[in-house]
Design a protein around this ligand. Structure first.
Ligand code: ZN
Ligand code: ZN
Length: 180
């Protein structure tokens, strides 16, 4: 897992959420993101744990569940992650959502994805010369494993970890559609 929790080694980094300095030896959450200044390399963006539980709930939740460190107030942080996650759109691909419009076509089968249907969002490389970059691409859940080349179960687990704002019943139908 690319995210990490550690005690700050210096007091120089500031929190991406609240912009305040993260004091040396304070526990901080690092989210691994592509380095904008050095293509192909990764770098960490740091957050106070409390701030991350509000702004990066899915990522922090995964890190809290995986870390072997003793985290004071871990239960409270996890609860905040749940609550914040319910109220915001996922920030990490792949995730699932209800299609807000019926305009997007599936990258797998090229058919339209109906408004309101569950869809899987993945990161799409755009190759448009100077405008090359990344954006979201959408898939029918059933088309997602083939298109991404991932095992259905692995893909579903990733989506589940990144998606905190859907109902349990939505996650169940998603699992059925992806895993067949
Ligand atoms: Zn902060
Ligand atoms: Zn499709």
């Amino acid at each position: 897992m690319p995210h990490t929790i550690e005690a700050a080694k210096t007091g120089r980094a500031s929190c991406r959420s609240c912009k305040q300095t993260i004091e040396k030896a304070t526990l901080r959450f690092g989210e691994e993101v592509p380095n904008a200044f050095s293509p192909g390399e990764m770098t960490f963006q740091w957050h106070h744990l409390k701030c991350a539980s509000e702004k990066r709930p899915a990522a922090l939740k995964q890190a809290l569940e995986e870390t072997e460190m003793e985290i004071p107030e871990k239960e409270d942080l996890l609860k905040t992650c749940e609550v914040s996650g319910k109220n915001q759109k996922p920030t990490t691909f792949p995730y699932a959502e209800h299609a807000p419009t019926g305009r997007a076509s599936c990258m797998g089968c090229s058919e339209k994805i109906e408004k309101g249907d569950l869809r899987v969002a993945i990161e799409k490389e755009m190759d448009a010369g100077a405008f090359a970059g990344k954006s979201a691409g959408y898939l029918h859940p059933a088309c997602a494993p083939d298109h991404t080349g991932e095992e259905p179960v692995d893909l579903f687990e990733k989506i589940k970890a990144n998606t905190l704002n859907l109902e349990d019943s939505d996650m169940e139908s998603l699992e059925e559609e992806i895993c067949g």
